[in-house]
Design a protein around this ligand. Structure first.
Ligand SMILES: NC(=O)c1ccc[n+]([C@@H]2O[C@H](COP(=O)([O-])OP(=O)(O)OC[C@H]3O[C@@H](n4cnc5c(N)ncnc54)[C@H](O)[C@@H]3O)[C@@H](O)[C@H]2O)c1
Ligand SMILES: [Zn+2]
Ligand SMILES: [Zn+2]
Length: 378
């Protein structure tokens, strides 16, 4: 089959690789209909992880069940399914408590709980930017979708970014009527803004400097804040009569930049601590890595992020972090799509055949105008 493989920093290639096969009775094979490029893939693409060249990328997958193992009795061949990016076993302590993103059994990497497809340190699982994907513990992990082609570009957001954006608002403790600040208007930040609106926020600020992304935030009812035009915290303080917001979402991650374009991994946390009111919550879904050998300072290379923890303590804020446990939310979000209350496809800018993956990666990574979310259609 054809698959997108990591070939080195800023290089992905479409290569012929062996088709996946059933390896355990609880596996299923999915024929991929849509697979997305994620901001998380960019950390690998930009050479900021230890992912091995030759790895098949892709953790945002959906498609049709092609084959099931002998131990599968819920999912059927022909089912249309969304594949959560987390691979849960369904039986460990974290999975049974709803934290499939921290499954204790599926990732053999020492010191790392939680597995995913096609991702550095997340276990030996091939990704789905390919024609077929092997899904372990398929009865547990797969989410059934209504048959047909309807809502394809909405449902494809259920494998990761829609639940992740929602999780950001959940970790932030968002309540109806809250004002919220979302940092980052990439696909994840835009999903957090969409989620906050659905959950009844009274005002949603979205901070970025990419005009096309801020325009999309505006389109879904959020207030765009362009940090290239002035300090984001100051702009939000001015717009709220100095009160700030009730809670905040971090949707940027460790490659956050300052206005001058220099990388400052602490800068968004500093801003959130300043702009969120005392006792408010901060949900961090942007990725921060345990170690980051490519970082600019010795501390950051060890994953030490020197943000204003003292001010956060003084304000009595709460913070929640981590990979999103997709299964906590994906059924509900699917039903919001079906009922017309959610339309996460508004972020989609490009649908490409898999052979054009390299172009998709390059333009998305370079934040070329209009490249907000790229779907690959094998
Ligand atoms: N926790 C999870 O489960 C999970 C899941 C998916 C993605 N992620 C992570 O979420 C983050 C965002 O993903 P994405 O797909 O939206 O990525 P993206 O790279 O497309 O978006 C990041 C955005 O942040 C903006 N940005 C940079 N510095 C900023 C600053 N100082 N203030 C405000 N905005 C700034 C960029 O201009 C860009 O638009 C990434 O770190 C990704 O790895 C986490
Ligand atoms: Zn993703
Ligand atoms: Zn588990």
């Amino acid at each position: 089959m054809k698959a997108v493989v990591y070939a080195g920093p800023r290089a992905v290639e479409v290569r012929e690789v062996p088709d996946p096969s059933i390896e355990a009775p609880t596996d299923a094979i999915i024929r991929i209909s849509t697979t997305n490029i994620c901001g998380s893939d960019l950390h690998m693409y930009e050479g900021r992880t230890n992912v091995a060249p030759g790895t098949v990328l892709g953790h945002e997958n959906m498609g049709i069940v092609q084959e099931v193992g002998s131990g599968i009795d819920r999912i059927r061949v022909g089912d249309r399914v969304s594949v959560p990016f987390n691979i849960g076993c369904g039986t460990c302590r974290n999975c049974t408590e709803g934290w499939t993103s921290f499954c204790l059994r599926t990732n053999p990497t020492p010191g790392v709980d939680g597995a995913a497809y096609g991702y550095s340190d997340m276990g030996p699982y091939a990704g789905g930017q390919a024609e077929f994907l092997r899904v372990p513990f398929a009865d547990f992990n797969l989410l059934r979708l209504p048959p047909g082609n309807e809502h394809e570009n909405d449902f494809t957001m259920l494998s990761d970014i829609f639940p992740t954006g929602w999780h950001g608002t959940e970790l932030a403790g968002l309540r109806p009527g809250d004002r919220v600040a979302v940092f980052g208007a990439g696909p994840v930040g835009l999903m957090a803004a969409h989620s906050a609106t659905i959950r009844g926020a009274s005002q949603v600020f979205v901070v970025d400097r990419e005009q096309d992304r801020l325009d999309l935030a505006n389109k879904v009812g959020a207030t765009p804040v362009d940090f290239s035009k002035g300090d984001a915290v100051g702009q939000i303080m001015d717009a709220t009569h100095g009160r700030g917001v009730d809670c905040g979402v971090e949707a940027v991650g460790y490659q956050a930049q300052n206005r001058g374009g220099e990388e400052h991994p602490e800068i968004v946390m500093d801003s959130l601590v300043d702009v969120v009111r005392s006792t408010g919550g901060i949900g961090v879904v942007g990725v921060y890595r345990d170690a980051d050998p490519g970082a600019g300072t010795p501390g950051a290379r060890e994953g030490r992020i020197g943000f204003r923890f003292g001010r956060m303590f003084a304000k009595g804020q709460r913070v929640g972090t981590g990979q999103c446990p997709v299964m906590r939310y994906n059924r509900h979000l699917r039903d919001l799509i079906v009922s017309g209350h959610a339309t996460p496809s508004f972020v989609v800018s490009h649908e490409l055949p898999i052979g054009e993956a390299a172009r998709g990666y390059r333009n998305f990574a370079d934040r070329e105008h209009g490249w907000t979310k790229v779907l690959l259609k094998p």
